[in-house]
Design a binder for this molecule. Sequence first.
Ligand code: ADP
Ligand code: MG
Length: 195
Amino acid sequence: MSEAQLRALVSAVATSVAAHAEELTALDSAIGDGDHGVNMKRGFDAVSADIDQIATKPLPDALKAIGTKLVMTIGGASGPLYGTLFLTLGKELAASPDDCAGAFRRAVDAVATRGKSEIGQKTMLDVLYPVADGLSAGKPLPELLAIANAEVAATGPRKATRGRASFLGDRSIGHIDPGARSSALILEAVAGALK
Ligand code: ADP
Ligand code: MG
């Protein structure tokens, strides 16, 4: 990936996160503490501010730098989790550059380990695992995006059993998970920039 492509990717993600910060915060206000939009915007703004250093690195190193930045800046539960996702993706791509799908799956596994969580608990994993499955099956980006968006909607009727939303028990039912939504947003921005 060229420096210009990497810049375009980061810029697309940061722009989308900023444009949807209020929506993410509203989702998190319903079943959490209302900081997910602010958290995510802070994280990707910090990545954008560092783009001159990040974009000159090879992709695996750039992903690791993004992960480190996100851990330091997003905060909350999602900071370490998104940080782990990007950091592990960078490490795995460095180790096996020809196995994107495997690298992504291992990055999602690392998030699950870090969060002591699994698919079906109304978290970002409810989007990330089905996308990993689609990638492994060789599905193209538009299909992965459709999967992600369907899985975001599917978190609505689910009861949260991990993260802050799980404190609400049955009252978490009927609301979309903010982290699932932000995962789909990131994927959508990446897909748009790669087109
Ligand atoms: P906090 O819950 O600390 O306020 P955020 O609001 O930034 O953090 O992020 C909340 C999102 O993080 C949730 O919507 C959920 O998708 C995700 N999340 C929280 N805990 C976990 C976990 N243990 N495993 C996976 N994802 C989680
Ligand atoms: Mg929150």
